[in-house]
Design a protein around this ligand. Structure first.
Ligand SMILES: Cc1ncc(COP(=O)(O)O)c(C=O)c1O
Length: 454
């Protein structure tokens, strides 16, 4: 059989409230064309993020009932710790309420003024937590990763020559080397096993600990299995273990590849670093056996980690996104290629070439998709990145619209509906106008800015 079906049945459903184009026009006027202000009940297909939006399995819900809420010594922590160490055999596993809390603890210890931390591309919370300590976050992605149409199989790879040169020039100010798998900020593109190992080797040679931001480790491992020579016959858990075997620690948001709605962890091998991190954890998150989580959350993560490395799931996951990408490409809609692990990115700058960057073609497209079909997506372009620290405005490197796909939530007919809406909007692209910002806050304007049509 060649059809790859959703490898699950639906036991519990969440109704979608249907709305008309007229109703959505009114909602857009009421929310000043900012999709973050739209109520989720007014959205048909919500592709704002893949973070914390997964559907949990019946086994995860059953595990939640087993959650032991004792302050200390809870068996839920033991099950959580064992599930993490089964895949990522670090000595110390420190639970946190989400990924950025793990980052905040790590960088409050290793960061600080004058420090420089290289990575393929730091995710924005990682960058924010590094910069909050006065340190500098440095992106050293391969050039292919910056070209939306380049078909390189591992566009998330870190540029080894740049890393070598960076360390040679800055060794004294580098406390650690990082890599993000998959590279979210670069379109969910994977990192090869060979690249992870080579980065680790270079870091080791300079005596620097190597950390992995592992949010989408399972999707990354799937890409290694199907794209990297010599990996096809290996199991996903084996590949995952090898990815993390060469690292000294990791940060994790369990809201992605652990199918949990909340949670994360920091894991390290170094005893001294672990001791300091646990002290910070107790100050800011909670005791070492629960972090900022309930026992039931730890159980959901432990079970989710067993499910996310299932090959039938990963094959379906990546295929479902690729299917959307293929149909859009066939319909003439420019997207970032190849399709990454958790999202499809539409190149709004290319699709709406008649709208100047500072009239926000990404926002115009995101608004049009909501109006036409109740699809909620996210502009990743000049609205998000255009405002400069000196108050000026300049176009972002790309004008993208991200369709982040929640895990195990939507079906094939939802995907077909999504494609239909996008192709319908693309078919009348000349009729779309740009947007103007009427009001914006001092920082992170995309969350609350108010727009009008030009
Ligand atoms: C690559 C990456 N790192 C870190 C984070 C932060 O995780 P959290 O949202 O759980 O704080 C995210 C969240 O989107 C992410 O994608």
């Amino acid at each position: 059989m060649k059809t790859i079906i959703e490898p699950f049945r639906i036991k519990s459903v969440e109704p979608i409230r249907m709305t008309s184009v007229e109703q959505r026009r009114q909602i857009l006027r009421d929310t000043h064309y900012n999709l973050f202000a739209v109520r989720s009940q007014d959205v048909l297909i919500d592709l704002l993020t893949d973070s914390g939006t997964s559907a949990m399995s019946s086994e995860q819900w059953a595990a939640i009932m087993r959650g032991d809420e004792s302050y200390a010594g809870s068996p839920s922590f033991e099950r959580f710790e064992a599930a993490v160490r089964e895949l990522m055999p670090f000595k110390h596993v420190i639970p946190t309420h989400q990924g950025r809390a793990a980052e905040a603890i790590l960088f409050s210890i290793v960061g600080g003024a004058g420090k420089k931390i290289p990575s393929n591309t730091h995710f924005d919370t990682t960058r924010g937590n590094i910069e909050a300590t006065g340190a500098q976050a440095v992106d050293l992605l391969i050039e292919e990763g910056k070209d939306p149409s380049n078909l390189h199989p591992f566009k998330g790879n870190l540029d080894l020559d740049k890393l070598e040169a960076f360390l040679a020039a800055n060794a004294a100010s580098v406390p650690c080397v990082m890599i993000t798998v998959t590279n979210n900020a670069g379109g969910g593109q994977p990192v090869s096993l060979a690249n992870i190992q080579a980065v680790s080797e270079i870091a080791r040679r300079y005596g620097k600990p190597f950390f992995i931001d592992g949010c989408r480790f399972a999707e990354n491992a799937w890409f290694i299995k199907v794209r990297e020579p010599g990996q096809a016959s290996r199991s996903i858990p084996d590949i995952v273990r090898e990815m993390f075997a060469v690292a000294d620690g990791m940060t994790m948001s369990a809201k992605k590849d652990a199918f949990a709605n909340i949670g994360g962890w920091l894991a390290v091998n170094d005893d001294e670093l672990a001791r300091t991190a646990k002290n910070r954890l107790i100050l800011t998150e909670g005791f070492t056996s629960y972090g900022g989580l309930a026992g039931r959350d730890l159980e959901a993560i432990a079970q989710g980690l067993k499910e996310v490395v299932d090959e039938d799931y990963l094959q379906y996951r990546v295929r479902a996104n690729t299917y959307i990408g293929e149909r859009l490409t066939a319909g003439g809609v420019p997207i970032v290629l190849p399709v990454g692990g958790h999202a499809v990115f539409i190149d709004a700058g290319a699709l709406l070439a008649h709208i100047p960057a500072l009239q926000y073609p990404g926002q115009a497209l995101a608004v049009a998709l909501y109006e036409a079909g109740g699809i909620r997506s996210c502009e990743i372009g000049s609205v998000m990145f255009g405002r400069q620290p000196d108050g000026s405005e300049k176009p972002a490197a790309m004008e993208l619209v991200r369709l982040a796909i929640p895990r195990r939530v939507y079906t094939q007919s939802h995907a077909d509906y999504l494609i239909e809406v996008i192709l319908e909007v693309a078919g009348r692209k000349q009729s779309l106008d740009g947007m103007r910002i009427e009001w914006e806050p001092k920082s992170l304007r995309h969350f609350t800015a108010r727009f009008t049509r030009t």
